[in-house]
Design a protein around this ligand. Structure first.
Ligand SMILES: Cc1ncc(COP(=O)(O)O)c(C=O)c1O
Length: 369
């Protein structure tokens, strides 16, 4: 029996060990442990990669969302519209600002925020729309941008899973006012620890985020407002620079593996997400929707195949967000997605044989159409 882990970073590290160790050594030699040269260089390189004017490197994607929201003027008494089909950090960051999270359901074909529902959820308190490019697949930015402009709302992209994805040829992250990226180790561009960044073309947003990540500092020890300690570590900047040089190659490999899964699963009794014709996914995760998901998952495990669930419980039904007052049944399409979603093994170092084995096993377990 073949074994296929859900995810693995060891092969990748082995392929670039010398370069990574040299990069870490540069940080130790320069003793630039917080921000510093490597981080400043990474900011330039990642901004260029995103085809955006500014990158502000931070200590997590959650911090990036938080600062992007604050920069947009989101605060107490405000509302932010987002999807409940995401990681808790999206709503957590909204809560940090004191604003209220207003959920709307997804388009089940894409698993992303449904723009038609966004428009109906706008109230006089709405300050921002926060779409998530879930699993690396761009949200419907044309429609969302039109709505944001018509209602004078900020449009902030949760691009934490979508490094390098494009929408109508443009990189995600600075299609809206700003975008938040995570460099959590398992992301397409992952640090060796925590990391994140805000991307923007707006000078004012960039200036705010730069000060806010360092206690509202405008000059050394001169603080214009109470900010945060959200600085990126030198080690992370150094590692991310090495990895950014390989990102396109990894993304191409992800694309090819995803296409192979698609072909091999075309007659399986599972549902696959529809690709937006305007979008070019970053292929962060490969998910299928399947009935009796937990049984299928268990049987795949018996075939030596690791899987994951992104996400088992929609945000509106999380205990932490109970004060928002939502109930089961409020967002049926998200709830149905969470009951059936299953993420298959997926990382650039996977072999074609492993993809075929996972697809064949899944076909055997879930059946054919
Ligand atoms: C959609 C989404 N938003 C936000 C985050 C938060 O990023 P971080 O874990 O770097 O704080 C993540 C990743 O963990 C994510 O997947």
């Amino acid at each position: 029996m073949m074994t296929v882990p859900y995810f693995d970073l060891k092969t990748q590290y082995a392929s670039m060990r010398e370069e990574i160790l040299a990069a870490l050594d540069r940080v130790c030699t320069n003793t630039a442990f917080c921000l510093g040269d490597e981080v400043a260089q990474f900011e330039k390189e990642f901004a260029a990669y995103c085809e955006a004017k500014h990158c502000i490197a931070l200590n997590s994607g959650t911090s990036a969302l938080h600062l992007a929201l604050l920069a947009a003027g989101v605060g107490p008494n405000g509302e932010v519209i987002t999807s409940p089909n995401t990681f808790i950090a999206t709503a957590g960051a909204i809560a940090y600002t004191g604003a209220k999270t207003v959920f709307v359901d997804i388009d089940p074909a894409t698993a992303n925020l449904d723009p038609r529902l966004v428009e109906r959820a706008i109230t006089p308190r709405t300050k921002a729309i926060l779409p998530i490019h879930l699993y690396g697949r761009p949200a419907d930015m044309d429609a969302l941008k039109r709505i944001a402009q018509a209602h004078k709302l900020a449009l902030i992209e949760d691009a934490c899973q979508a490094h390098g994805a494009r929408y109508r040829g443009r990189r995600v992250g600075a299609i809206g006012d700003s975008g938040a990226f995570s460099f959590y180790p398992s992301k397409n561009l992952g640090a060796y620890g925590e990391g994140g960044a805000v991307i923007t073309n707006d000078d004012r947003i960039a200036e705010y985020c730069r000060a806010a990540r360092s206690h509202g500092e405008s000059r050394r020890y001169f603080h214009d407002f109470i900010g945060y300690n959200y600085r990126m570590e030198g080690f992370q900047g150094a590692v991310l620079r090495v990895k950014l040089r390989r990102l396109d190659e990894w993304s191409a490999r992800r694309k090819s593996l995803a296409a192979r899964y698609h072909r091999r699963l075309s007659s399986a009794r599972v549902e696959l997400l529809r690709d937006d014709p305007q979008g070019e996914s970053a292929h962060h995760l490969f998910v299928v929707y399947v009935e009796n998901r937990d049984t299928v998952r268990h049987q795949l495990e018996e075939h030596g195949i690791g899987t994951a669930i992104h996400y088992p419980r929609p945000l509106h039904l999380q205990k932490a967000l109970a004060p928002l007052g939502y109930r089961a049944g409020d967002f049926p399409l998200t709830e149905r997605a969470c009951e059936r979603v299953l993420a298959l093994p997926f990382f650039p170092e996977m072999s074609e044989e492993q993809v075929d084995y996972v697809a064949e096993s899944l076909m055997e377990i879930a059946g054919k159409r």
